[in-house]
Design a protein around this ligand. Sequence first.
Ligand code: NAD
Length: 255
Amino acid sequence: MQLSDFKIIVTGAASGMGAHFATRLAEAGAQVAAGDVNETGLAELVEAGQKLPGAIHARALDVSDDGQIASFVDWAHGAMGGLNGLINNAGVLRDGLLVKKDRKTGEIKTMSREAWERVISVNLTGATFMVRDVVAKMVATDAGPGAIVNISSIARHGNRGQSNYVSAKAALAANTLTWAREFAPFGIRVGAVAPGMIETPMTQGMNQKARDALVSAIPVGRIGEAEDIWLAVKFILECGYFNARTIDVDGGLSM
Ligand code: NAD
C-alpha cells in the first residue's frame, strides 16, 4: 500500500515518536487520527500539520479506558472518512526492580501492584483493545486491505528493572504473530517495531548516569532518533509481503 492510501490511527501521538509518525504520514498524504492523553501536545501537532498534503485530526484518548477506545475509533472512522490502519504507540514506564535491598539500610523494597498494573493497563491491555476495536470496525465496514504496527521495545527480550514493561512489550511482539494469523482472512497485516534507545521525552526523563551508560553500549555509537524508527514503520505499512514479525531497530544494542 502507498502511505497516501492510509486512514490511520496513531496512539500516543502528542509527543516523541508518535508525533513524528503522525507528521510523516500527513506529509505523505495520509489521513491521520491522532489520540493521546496529552491534549496540549495534540493541539500543537494539529497546528504544525495544517499545511501538509494529508490531514491530522486529533482527539483526547486514554487507551487504558475501554469506553474511550470505542468512541475514539468511531470518531476516527468518521473524521477520516474510513479506517484502514493503526500505529499502536502509546506507552508509559514505571521502572523498578521486582525486589530491591537498600544498600545502606538493608530495607527490602518491591515493585508495587500500581506500577505493575499501570504499565500493563496502558502498554498491553490498552494496545490490545485498540487492535480489537480497530479491526472490528475495519471488518464491519469492509475496509479492504489494511495494516497494524505495534510499537514494542528491545526490552521484549528481557531487561533489568522493567518486569512490567518487558511483560507488556514481549506480549505485544508475540501477539503480532497471533493477530497476523487471525486477521489474514480480512486482508489485514500486523507487524511490530521494537526500538532500542531513542531520543524522546521518555528517555530524556531518565537518570543521566544510566542514560550515558546505555548510550555508550550502542554499537553504532549514538542514541536513535524517531526517524530511525519511522523508516521501519514505513516499511511495514508499505510492504504487502511483510507480516507477523517484529523488527528490532536498536543500533545493535543488547540490554
Ligand atoms: P513519549 O513519552 O514521548 O510518548 C508516549 C506518548 O504516549 C505520550 O505522548 C503520552 O502522553 C502517551 N500516553 C501515555 N499514556 C497514554 C494513555 N493512557 N493513552 C493514550 N496515550 C498515552 O515516548 P516515546 O519514546 O515516543 O514512546 C512511544 C512508544 O515507543 C512507547 O510505546 C514506548 O514504550 C516505545 N519505546 C520507546 C523507546 C525509547 O527509547 N524512547 C524505546 C522502545 C520503545
